[in-house]
Design a protein around this ligand. Structure first.
Ligand code: BJ8
Length: 424
């Protein structure tokens, strides 16, 4: 069916037929998983709208920004300091990589035993399915896990790629390396955008991104209430959308949603019956439209009350210190804030274990489900230490490995249901 965006998509060189199929699958999946829920907040209509226009209106906005001389920069990792992009009047979009479509194309150039997230972004590009990637003037990669690091070398043949080096430890020399990388990135952003990052612009950008983190922190505080006032699926969606929506608009709309949620909490209203097991998710990021596991969990008699992941708490826990006045001070604040990220790519990574236990206690969960994408060594290996830390704290954990396919849904459901029964 023709849409008002066909011309734009054609200009972006999308494969229109395959793209149409993708949108249809996405729409059906969204209807089944999201719109079927009962008792959703009115504020979720905004998220429904954003999702329905994800390849339409938002892409149009990106094209308009580009026509005004702004540059669009795509990222795959929460290590990339968005503040520097915004301070140069750039638009930052988190590239999602949560769908299986494009896998066949990806497997022609990547080993089959590569994690689904990596295959997804390569597959999207090769199959000409993602208008976000096609809108990017620069795609920023990072040396986090080996799979991503090597995939960017291949991806660079198809898109303009820049790679940031992320340290693997957190000693003084690692901080020096990271500081140098942030400066190198600042120079790159200035080169691509043709703008100079001044202290005033960076201050403004730091405040803007912190404001978005604060509203998501508020959301997390409210959703922790007992009874649970919002589904885990809805909160995951809000976090997912935070990566590509306009940050000012998103912060305002989620602020309104939080006001509504606050009233619900004050009234003691929940969306699940009293006594429903409260679970926390921990592990790999779940990019749009990877809603498989949250849906399985929440249709197995449990509710998700927290996500220890980059599309969740890890991305919003720490703010950038806003007290810096000079450019140097602000850059140092960025260095320190981003180095606090506890991705499993670090060794050792004790902070993550502490954060998980603390979060599970604060949220009063009955158990934790650790999620690793198949072939993700950092998270799959770290699951062992996470389970030991949780065991010591007396909190049950179930470790799952899966991908974006639907083949293992029944098997996962059986394991999740057994876990829910056990912790009930
Ligand atoms: S800071 S979690 S966003 S790297 S799932 S591609 S690790 S093999 S995504 Fe991540 Fe940045 Fe870390 Fe966060 Fe590799 Fe694992 Fe695949 Fe992964």
């Amino acid at each position: 069916m023709p849409t008002p965006y066909d011309e734009m998509w054609e200009k972006l060189n999308l494969d229109l037929d395959a793209h149409e199929q993708l949108l249809q699958v996405l729409g059906k999946f969204y209807g089944d998983i999201y719109l079927s829920q009962e008792g959703r907040l009115k504020g979720m209509e905004y998220l429904d709208f954003v999702l329905s226009e994800v390849h339409g209106l938002r892409i149009k906005e990106l094209q308009e920004a580009k026509a005004q001389g702004r540059r669009v920069i795509g990222t795959f990792c929460v290590f990339v300091p968005e503040e520097l992009i915004l301070a140069a009047d750039g638009v930052c979009v988190g590239l999602c990589a949560g769908a299986e479509i494009g896998k066949e194309a990806a497997e022609k150039i990547l080993p089959r035993n590569t994690c689904a997230l990596i295959k997804s972004f390569v597959g999207f590009k090769l199959s000409r399915l993602c208008p976000f990637i096609e809108s990017c003037d620069l795609v920023v990669g990072e040396t986090t896990c080996d799979g991503k690091k090597k995939a960017y070398e291949i991806f660079a043949d198809y898109a303009p790629v820049y790679v940031m080096e992320i340290p693997q430890m957190k000693q003084a020399c690692d901080r020096e390396l990271w500081r140098a990388e942030i400066l190198r990135f600042k120079n790159k952003v200035e080169e691509i955008t043709g703008r100079t990052i001044t202290a005033d612009k960076l201050k403004e950008a730091i405040r803007l991104v912190n404001a978005r983190r604060r509203v998501l922190q508020r959301l997390n505080e409210l959703r922790a209430a007992i009874p649970t006032p919002i589904s885990g699926r809805d909160v995951l969606l809000i976090n997912q959308v935070s990566f590509y929506d306009d940050p000012v608009r998103f912060t305002a709309r989620i602020g309104e949603l939080c006001d509504e949620l606050e009233k619900r909490v004050q009234a003691g209203e929940g969306i699940v019956p009293a006594g429903t097991p409260r679970l926390m998710l921990s592990g790999c990021p779940m990019a749009v439209p990877n809603w498989k596991l949250p849906y399985i969990i929440e249709s197995s008699g449990a509710v998700i009350v927290g996500e220890e992941s980059c599309i969740g708490t890890r991305n919003i826990r720490d703010l950038v210190d806003e007290s810096g006045q000079s450019l140097e001070e602000m850059l140092d604040a960025l260095v320190d804030r981003y180095l606090r990220i506890d991705c499993a790519c670090f060794t050792p990574n004790v902070e993550r274990l502490e954060h998980i236990v603390q979060m599970a206690r604060d949220l009063q969960v009955n158990g934790v489900i650790h999620f690793a994408l198949n072939f993700c060594q950092p998270y799959a290996m770290e699951a062992f230490k996470v389970s030991r830390a949780l065991e010591k704290a007396g909190i049950p954990m179930l470790a799952l490995e899966t991908d974006y396919s639907m083949e293992d849904v029944e098997q996962l459901k059986t394991r999740v249901e057994a876990f829910v029964e056990m912790v009930r």
